[in-house]
Write a protein that binds this ligand. Structure first.
Ligand SMILES: [Ca+2]
Length: 473
């Protein structure tokens, strides 16, 4: 079903008869043909790219060049797109920044799910005439698509103006994300080579997410579709194309028509909080544990048959949810609970639902040092969280729940300032002295008073979710 839109696009492009349009079809471009059969792994005899003046970048480019040719990019296209190419220092800076404070989830959601966005969504919904057709074809409700559109680009207003080829080349040369960046760079070069869009059109976020629904180049190639029927997949200027492409991505990600994305629930006083982020059970199984819809209504027929996971992302004092499989389909877009909650709650708002029964609590932002101290303490107390990195992920939360349970605390896995204090006190003196040292420091050189906290870049909190799809690979 989801191929219906894609196939006409390919046919139409193929019918343009431009030699490059054929590149969209599965068989890659014919390899360049130097007389002797090229041995795999041996650089093809093509001229290295123009020197940028940056040694690391140029070394990477020479290395990348034959790989790109092997992947089907013609030497002519490479030559042209690499001419004068230099690394973008803004991309390097954005890639290496590590926020000192993580924005609390409640602040993030409250900043995103607003009256203002609800009003814009109502207006935008009326502007896209193809929503009926898109919804019918992909089975994804328009409210969810509007939620994605709002989150990804503010309904198309903020798409990013980075040259995606240059950004991906910069990230690839840096090395930290080389695999991801080279894959996306080759995908971007394929789009250019096919003639579907020129380099000047491939603008996006610093991490390569392009257009109104922020597709990375490989997702564009595999998943973007023509939603307005003009034969082009223009996710930059056509809202219908962008939304149909998002619907296609969600459908491919397992979206189940008719099911909810999540429902707010309440729990009994004696609830076993260690079930958080754990088993996937039917609503009836959850009801047997006292978990019921917060609005008192029954689950619809489709939801009753679905397996849902319990979460309370701000702990026992905040709202709790049963997450249905559609929540996880949204996370194919951006694998973050906060992001998927924001999209879903925006969608609920667009659908006319009221506010949550239990409001988001006031949270205190934790510093990177606090988060790492808590992780060191858990490790010291025998609750493995892996190498402390300041990211309070699944493993840290699971260990935190175990520790909480063993101390007779509410095992909600929520790291508050009070929990950090208690953990630090309990784990004294094993964590306190090391708490502010850089994580992998193993050289015991007793440097007298290193610059306090200078090893942790101080930057303002990120205003929004992590780079859309950028973390997907
Ligand atoms: Ca179109």
């Amino acid at each position: 079903m989801r191929r219906h839109l894609l196939v006409p696009v390919l046919l139409l492009l193929a019918s343009c008869a431009s030699p490059s349009a054929r590149q969209l079809a599965p068989p890659p471009a014919p390899a360049p043909q130097p007389p002797p059969a090229p041995t795999p792994g041996v650089p093809t005899p093509v001229t290295p790219p123009t020197a940028s003046g940056d040694m690391v970048f140029d070394a990477w480019a020479s290395d990348f060049y034959p790989r790109a040719v092997k992947a089907g990019i013609s030497p002519q296209v490479l030559q042209r797109e690499f001419a004068g190419l230099t690394p973008d220092p803004r991309v390097s800076a954005l890639d290496s920044r590590q926020p000192e404070f993580s924005k609390p989830l409640s602040d993030y959601i409250k900043g995103v799910v607003t009256e203002g966005r609800g009003a814009i969504g109502a207006r935008k919904r009326a502007e896209v005439q193809q929503l009926d057709a898109i919804e019918a074809q992909y089975g994804v409700p328009r409210e969810i698509l509007l939620g994605v559109w709002a989150m990804e680009s503010g309904f198309g207003a903020i798409q990013g103006d980075f040259d995606v080829v240059r950004s991906m080349a910069t990230l690839a040369a840096q090395g930290r994300r080389r695999g991801f960046a080279e894959t996306e760079l080759i995908a971007a070069l394929k789009i250019i080579q096919s003639g579907e869009f020129p380099r000047s059109q491939l603008r996006g976020s610093w991490a390569g997410a392009m257009g109104q629904t922020q597709f990375i180049p490989s997702s564009f190639l595999s998943t973007a579709v023509d939603g307005d029927g003009d034969g082009r997949r223009d996710i930059w200027t056509s809202p219908a194309d962008a939304l149909a492409s998002a619907a296609n991505l969600l459908a491919k990600g397992g979206w189940k028509p008719g099911e909810s994305w999540a429902r707010e629930v309440t729990v009994p006083a004696d609830f076993d909080w260690s079930l958080s982020e754990g088993p996937r059970l039917t609503p009836a199984d959850w009801a047997a544990r006292g978990v019921v819809r917060a609005d008192g209504l029954p689950f619809n027929g489709a939801d009753q048959a679905a397996l849902a996971q319990f979460v309370a992302p701000t702990g026992a004092t905040g709202p709790a949810f049963l997450l249905f499989p559609n929540h996880f389909a949204i996370r194919k877009y951006n694998n973050s609970v906060a992001y998927a909650l924001a999209v879903g709650l925006l969608a609920d708002r667009f659908a006319g639902m009221g506010p949550l029964v239990k409001p988001w609590p006031a949270e205190t932002a934790l510093s990177l040092a606090d988060r790492m101290t808590a992780q060191r303490a858990l490790n010291a107390l025998g609750y493995d969280v892996g190498a402390p990195d300041g990211l309070i992920g699944l493993k840290t939360r699971a260990s935190l729940r175990q520790w909480q349970k063993s101390r007779g605390l509410i095992a909600d896995g929520y790291l508050s300032t009070a929990v950090v204090r208690r953990l630090t006190t309990e784990a004294q003196p094993s964590v306190a002295p090391a708490a502010f040292a850089p994580p992998p420091a193993q050289a015991p050189a007793p440097q007298p008073a290193p610059a306090p906290a200078a090893t942790e870049p101080v930057t303002p909190p990120r205003p929004s979710a992590p780079g859309p799809q950028s973390s997907k690979p």
